[in-house]
Write a protein that binds this ligand. Structure first.
Ligand code: ADP
Ligand code: MG
Length: 247
């Protein structure tokens, strides 16, 4: 779905990403995992063209992302920003349907799609008229997810979609997300710094550190054969049982 070839990106004096290669397979969930500041969000924003790489190139479905067709290509990628990124002056419905209305979908089609998404994400229908400030954290995340799914994109890019939720709500939404991914069968790239969440939601993980990929593969493989002491430390830091480790 995505191929990154020698892609790097710097911000001022910070090398956010060193040149890296990455293939994101179709129809699977790939989890970008790693401590805060390691470059996960940067990598995600390079995939949907919100950021351009300093070196290398990003291919989407075999085609390089080009400035000319970025707007149309991006409509095939649902993106949920870190923190939700909802417009505070738009209701839940307004946020969800914004792009469809901008693209001049007929109102019946907008309504029909909205109702599908309400079902899918289990968002309370009677809260559609509320503004983000009047929603709970979990409800805001569901709106963010509905908005990302509105145009029925080929791929979902989710940046810490369960970031600031309390553990019980987070647990519930993780389960819902996993069901939704399974039901839709879409390509998903999900950013998290939480190992348990990555293990629960992802088919393969890409573990990053300081702008580099340390190891990638199924999580069990990282556990069994850590490529670097950092992998072991990352597992231990999350206090999960780690075969071969001391935790
Ligand atoms: P993560 O999502 O893994 O926490 P980011 O990709 O957001 O990490 O950031 C990687 C590094 O790049 C960090 O050092 C961050 O401060 C820096 N960075 C990211 N975006 C910007 C920006 N727009 N301007 C300056 N520095 C940035
Ligand atoms: Mg981030």
């Amino acid at each position: 779905m995505f191929e990154l070839e020698q892609v790097s990106r710097r911000f001022g004096g910070t090398q956010a990403l060193h040149p890296l290669d990455l293939r994101v397979p179709e129809g699977r969930t790939t989890v970008l995992l790693g401590p805060s500041g390691c470059g996960k969000s940067t990598l995600l924003r390079l995939m949907n063209g919100l950021l351009r790489p300093d070196t290398g190139r990003v291919l989407f479905r075999g085609q390089p992302l080009r400035d000319e067709d970025l707007l149309t290509v991006r409509q095939r990628m649902g993106y949920a920003l870190q923190g939700g990124g909802l417009f505070p002056h738009l209701t839940a419905e307004g946020n969800t349907t914004l792009m469809a209305r901008y693209l001049k979908w007929p109102p019946e089609r907008v309504k029909a799609r909205l109702h599908e998404l309400v079902e899918l994400t289990r968002f309370p229908r009677d809260a559609l008229g509320r503004f983000p400030g009047q929603l709970s954290g979990g409800q805001r995340q569901r709106v963010s997810l509905m908005r990302a799914l509105m145009l029925d994109p080929d791929v979902l890019l989710l940046d810490e979609p369960l970031g600031a939720l309390d553990p019980m709500i987070r647990y519930e939404l993780q389960g819902d997300l996993r069901d939704i991914f399974a039901r839709l069968g879409k390509t998903v790239v999900l950013v998290t710094h939480d190992l348990g969440e990555g293990a629960f939601l992802g088919d393969q993980v890409v573990l990053m550190r300081e702008g580099r990929i340390v190891q990638r593969g199924p999580l069990a493989e990282l556990e069994r054969a850590p490529a670097d002491p950092f992998v072991t430390r990352f597992f231990q830091a999350q206090r999960l049982p780690f075969p071969g480790g001391q935790a």
